[in-house]
Design a protein around this ligand. Structure first.
Ligand code: PLP
Length: 368
């Protein structure tokens, strides 16, 4: 037998069984909730599919707001579970309007569920969570919120806004690993999830989580939890708590402000107005004669830049400043890489002025 070299990824301490409840309690603080919180052992898309599959049911009408491919998927999972789904589809790259949501609610008085993505990294938009949640609350409609990207980058006050189901992951603004996700669930949402046809004996079953983990006192998780992922989530939470949630959100605000304000020197404009923009990603509108893939190729495919999503993919470049990328260094690198690419394509840009704008935004009390 050859001697096997110790490996820090493989030869891990087991994760302590009392550690799961501790992690959940810390996630509940980030969510601002006293509702039940469940751990889902999978990336956030699995938690979203579990929520849609468990809540969706024949006889239920749901308003599903679509501002990215995630909303499309959520609607398809609700439909698969037998739900009557009314999609409210926003203009490409824009948030849904509160009026469009109000109209859909007025036209569907039998709706009992509303699904919404809080902030989108796919397009860099922020949906009007507070106002939309208020519309749902007034009508007694349950809300399911995809806050995977927004948690840590925007305020997320689950209980203050009366959000019934909120899905989060660690891999975006929280700067963690993608292998674990969490769902908070209000008592009213548990009632909806407890219908006769609800899935059980399934990885997508919320009722299984309740029976096997909540009802047994939140000790050991059923199955074979990944110690690697739990140690990583605990480390991510420790880092977030050390920085502090308000400071983490402020770091995203600063990165977004610095990025947006530098665009003018590159001859670009932000795709959306500041109050409709997420703090995670900035979408910069390109001049009509340039395609995003051409600009990206000219950067040598700089890691912080990407093309858009959907029908407007080639019309904009996304500058990523999420999680660890919400830093002076990354914002500056994004702006300079984009400016260099535009210059190489013959555009009139002032890269120095753009860089100076970023430096100015970080000058006071630079905390990145
Ligand atoms: C990233 C993201 C997801 C899904 O995350 P995965 O890492 O693909 O599981 C869901 N919703 C939103 C809004 C996201 O940004």
């Amino acid at each position: 037998m050859p001697t096997l070299a110790p490996n820090p990824l493989l030869d891990l301490q087991p994760f302590p069984s009392e550690g799961y409840a501790d992690i959940v309690d810390r996630l509940a603080v980030l969510l601002g909730t006293s509702n039940d919180v469940l751990l889902v052992q999978g990336e956030a898309i699995v938690a979203l599919e579990a929520a849609a599959t468990s809540l969706g049911q024949p006889g239920l009408t749901a308003i599903n707001i679509v501002t990215s491919p995630y909303g499309h998927m959520f609607g398809s999972w609700l439909r698969r579970a037998g739900t009557t789904v009314v999609d409210v589809i926003a203009e490409p790259g824009l948030p849904v309007t509160v009026d469009a949501v109000r109209s859909a609610l007025d036209a569907n008085p039998d709706a009992r569920l509303l699904a919404l993505v809080h902030a989108e990294s796919a397009s860099g938009i922020l949906n009007a969570l507070e106002q939309i949640a208020a519309l749902a609350r007034e009508r007694g409609i349950l809300t399911v919120i995809d806050a995977v990207a927004s948690v840590g980058g925007h305020a997320l006050d689950t209980d203050a806004l009366g959000l019934d189901v909120v899905v989060i992951g660690a891999q975006k603004s929280l700067g963690g690993s993608p292998g674990l996700s969490a769902i908070s669930i209000s008592p009213a949402a548990w009632s909806l999830a407890g219908h006769a046809a609800a899935p059980t004996g399934s990885i997508l079953s919320l009722l299984d989580h309740r029976r096997l983990w909540l009802d047994t006192g939140r000790g050991a998780l059923p199955g074979m939890p990944s110690a690697l992922e739990f140690w990583a989530l605990r480390a991510a939470l420790e880092r977030v708590e050390t920085e502090g949630l308000p400071a983490l959100i402020a770091r995203h605000v600063r990165a977004a402000d610095a990025t947006r304000s530098s665009l003018a020197a590159l001859g670009l404009t932000p795709w959306v107005a500041p109050d409709h923009a997420s703090n995670l990603v900035t979408a910069a509108r390109l001049p009509d004669h340039l395609a995003a893939s051409q600009v990206l190729a000219a950067t040598g495919h700089s890691s912080g830049l990407s093309v858009g999503v959907g029908s407007i993919a080639e019309r904009l470049v996304r500058l990523n400043h999420t999680g660890g990328n919400a830093s002076f260094e990354q914002v500056l690198a994004n702006v300079v890489a984009l400016g260099g690419a535009l210059a190489s394509l013959g555009e009139q840009v002032d890269i120095g002025a753009a860089a100076e704008t970023v430096a100015d935004a970080y000058r006071v009390n630079r905390a990145s």
